[in-house]
Write a protein that binds this ligand. Structure first.
Ligand SMILES: NC(=O)c1ccc[n+]([C@@H]2O[C@H](COP(=O)([O-])OP(=O)(O)OC[C@H]3O[C@@H](n4cnc5c(N)ncnc54)[C@H](OP(=O)(O)O)[C@@H]3O)[C@@H](O)[C@H]2O)c1
Length: 319
């Protein structure tokens, strides 16, 4: 995706020309509005600091994707694209996820329409079995499974073997096999180490856990990202799949004022809180379900909360 082919001509031109929908720009620099094709509300994009490329701010996490479910996943990805979402987060360690995405995107003939991000896992057991702690075989296998000759983004999964892998990622970037490089974690206890890497290497992206209920990233990772001009992908925006999932036991009533920021569901509310942090570029809620994806992508439309509204949202959640 050297040129933003993932956007239709209309949307690409609108972004290029900086056309706005008639609503005010959203204040924080790096955010612009353009119309998504299938929504009356403008699509919110955010800027990748290292290049200025604009990305729609909600994508999808795919660690539950399976090959047996490709027909459904194909429909989910196509519909997501129709609604303005292009960012697809996967990893070589996510069992069948890369193969399912590769098949679905190939069937759709839409490789250039999506921003595909994967992760290299130099320290996982399966990589060790391949005698591949340096990650080269893992990367080749990702390309093969994803049926592509280049990735938009490749990140070191959970920072494993980062010092060994980073020169390789830099070489692949130089050779045009990946457009961007980065490092991920999903654990608060890793944040201090992640910040060290953010200061040590010329990263385009980091991926980190952050949600309205688990806000540790605000302490060090997100300020460092702003300071170092590194784009941020947020994982676990709903607290993850397990007992920390924010939908579990949530008997709060959605406040009426959520409509002021175009939220009609808790999923939009929770995602808009995350996206509106100035350091955040893209959020990747994980789902395989059409109705959940549709609800999640709605958060990429309309207005974002300002600082005062973010405080009101957090207070409402904590109450
Ligand atoms: N270290 C790393 O780099 C790392 C670690 C973890 C995750 N990740 C990435 O981050 C992505 C997101 O993480 P995650 O999926 O574990 O956690 P998450 O996005 O916080 O939560 C996913 C859970 O929320 C549910 N959900 C999604 N949309 C919903 C909606 N609109 N309404 C109600 N429930 C909804 C999902 O259920 P359904 O399945 O029923 O929709 C699933 O149980 C992963 O897919 C993966 O790509 C990266």
């Amino acid at each position: 995706m050297s040129d933003p082919k993932h956007l239709s001509t209309t949307r690409r031109d609108a972004i290029k020309l900086g056309l706005y929908s008639g609503m005010a720009a959203l204040g924080s620099s790096g955010i612009s509005n353009v119309f998504a094709e299938d929504s009356k509300l403008p699509l919110i994009t955010k800027v990748v600091p290292s290049t200025g490329e604009k990305l729609p701010c909600v994508g999808i996490g795919t660690n539950s994707f399976t090959v047996a479910d490709v027909p459904n996943l194909q429909a989910v990805l196509k519909r997501m694209h129709d609604l303005g979402g292009i960012f697809v987060d996967t990893a070589s360690a996510y069992r069948e996820s890369e193969a399912a995405i590769g098949t679905a995107v190939d069937n759709l003939k839409m490789r250039d329409q999506f921003f595909i991000s994967s992760k290299i896992s130099g320290g996982e057991k399966n990589e060790a079995k391949m005698g591949d702690l340096g990650g080269v075989k893992s990367f080749d296998r990702s390309l093969e499974r994803l049926r592509t000759d280049r990735l938009d983004l490749l990140m070191v999964h959970n920072m494993l073997n980062a010092d060994e892998l980073m020169p390789k990622l830099q070489a692949w970037k130089k050779a045009g096999k990946i457009r961007y490089l980065g490092i991920t974690t999903s654990e608060d206890t890793d944040h201090a180490q992640l910040v060290q890497y953010m200061k040590k290497y010329p990263l385009d992206f980091v991926e980190v856990n952050y949600s309205i209920a688990y806000r540790n990233a605000e302490q060090t990772v997100l300020p460092t990202a702003l300071d170092r001009k590194i784009a941020v992908v947020v994982n676990l925006p709903f607290g993850g799949k397990h007992e920390e999932n924010l939908f579990l036991n949530n008997n709060r009533v959605l406040p009426a004022w959520a409509a002021d920021i175009n939220c009609s569901s808790w999923s939009e509310f929770l995602l808009k809180f995350v996206i509106s942090h100035p350091a955040v570029t893209v959020v990747i809620p994980g789902t395989t379900k059409m109705e959940h994806m549709e609800s999640n992508i709605q958060a990429a439309h309309g207005v974002l909360p300002d600082a005062a509204m973010r405080k009101r949202m957090a207070d409402a959640w904590n109450a």
